[in-house]
Design a protein around this ligand. Structure first.
Ligand code: IPM
Ligand code: MN
Length: 346
């Protein structure tokens, strides 16, 4: 029987609560679809860091490197200064495992309320391809004359041709597989004239020579935000830089019913190193242990992981289960009860 090795990092706050449901759903669907899950839990996160001083050691990275995928809940504790866990865990995984694509679907499931007036499930079903290892996130820059009135702080948006073309190629391939075959580049060619000149040129070169059947569109990022609210049906696949992708996918998340519905896959398309799947939300320390967290973002994350593992039928089964639960309405249900409904559907 095909067996997938999954490294599980429940993390902090509501992470363990939602991961438990996600993992149970994954194991259930494995049974019904004829494959096996071999999972091991790893303790990384804020609590582990406070207790041991380790964020993610090189030995741990080597061990994680043997897995088919990493399933992560959320990391972050109020007592740890911002930046340490982000850089030491999340960004370390993304960078060192070269997960250069961050896939973030923006889909309104039936029965879920959107703050977008008059919009329904048919208006909102697109996916954002966020470049995931370059741009402002590389941290290139520095500070001079700190603490004086002459202080200078620089953080550069850095992209090379390879990073841009591999990300665009992934987005084109994805767009080509979808029925609308439309890819929108989201940039800021009117101001960031160096970086987006490169993106725009490579976008049209690759599109014209390799994907002539995919329609190419371009939006400035500010206008894209406006359309994501007013006319989200314009979008099918969007591709953008790391920083813009981070920002617009929080907007996208709100339109699909909130962070509790937003899932993501940090993908290494070469499959030489593991990809990582995580709900977009954080550890939400304010609601931990209260049975309040929406586990569906994590269940959608499981669906994405199954798609990545080429278990399409299992992925479809999970997606159908989510749609049944949202159609029936789950407002007022707790984390555990929502998880039980998913299991029942499966
Ligand atoms: C996200 C998060 C991360 C990011 C943070 C926690 C480093 O906001 O996954 O969107 O900026 O990528
Ligand atoms: Mn973010």
């Amino acid at each position: 029987m095909k067996t997938y090795k999954i490294a599980v990092i429940p993390g902090d706050g509501i992470g363990p609560e939602v991961i438990e449901i996600g993992l149970t759903a994954l194991e259930k669907v494995a049974k019904t679809h004829g494959f096996a899950i071999e999972s091991k839990a790893f303790p990384f996160g804020g609590e582990h860091y406070l207790a041991t001083g380790e964020t993610l050691s090189d030995e741990s990275m080597t061990e994680l490197g043997d897995y088919d995928a990493i399933f992560l809940g959320a990391v972050g504790t109020p007592d740890v200064k911002p930046g340490i866990l982000e850089k030491g865990i999340l960004l370390k995984l993304r960078f060192e495992f070269d997960q250069y694509i961050n896939l973030r679907p923006v889909k309104l499931y039936p029965g879920i309320e959107t703050p977008l007036k008059g919009k329904t499930a048919k208006d909102l079903d697109y996916i954002v391809v966020r470049e995931n290892t370059g741009g402002l996130y590389t941290g290139i820059g520095g500070i001079m004359m700190k603490g004086t009135v002459d202080e200078v702080a620089v953080q550069s948006m850095v992209y090379n041709h390879t990073q841009v073309s591999r990300c665009l190629r992934y987005a084109f391939e994805l767009a080509q597989c979808r029925s609308r075959r439309t890819l929108a580049l989201i940039g800021k060619t009117n101001v960031l004239t160096h970086v987006f000149d490169l993106w725009e040129r490579v976008f049209h070169q690759i599109g014209e020579s390799e994907f002539p059947e995919v329609t190419r569109e371009y939006y400035h990022v500010d206008a894209a935000c406006m359309h994501m609210v007013n006319e989200p049906h314009r979008f099918d696949v969007m591709v953008t830089t790391n920083m813009f992708g981070d920002i617009i996918t929080d907007l996208g998340a709100v339109t699909q019913g909130g962070m509790g519905m937003a899932a993501s896959g940090n993908i290494n398309p070469t499959r030489t190193k593991p990809s990582m799947f995580e709900p977009v939300h954080g550890s939400a320390p304010d609601i931990v242990g209260q049975n309040k967290a929406n586990p569906l973002a994590t269940v959608i994350t499981v669906k994405m992981m199954l798609d990545f593992l080429s278990e399409s039928e299992a992925a479809q089964a999970v997606d159908d289960a989510i749609a049944s639960v949202t159609s029936a309405g789950f407002a007022g249900l707790g984390t555990v009860e929502t998880g039980e409904r998913i299991l029942k559907e499966l």
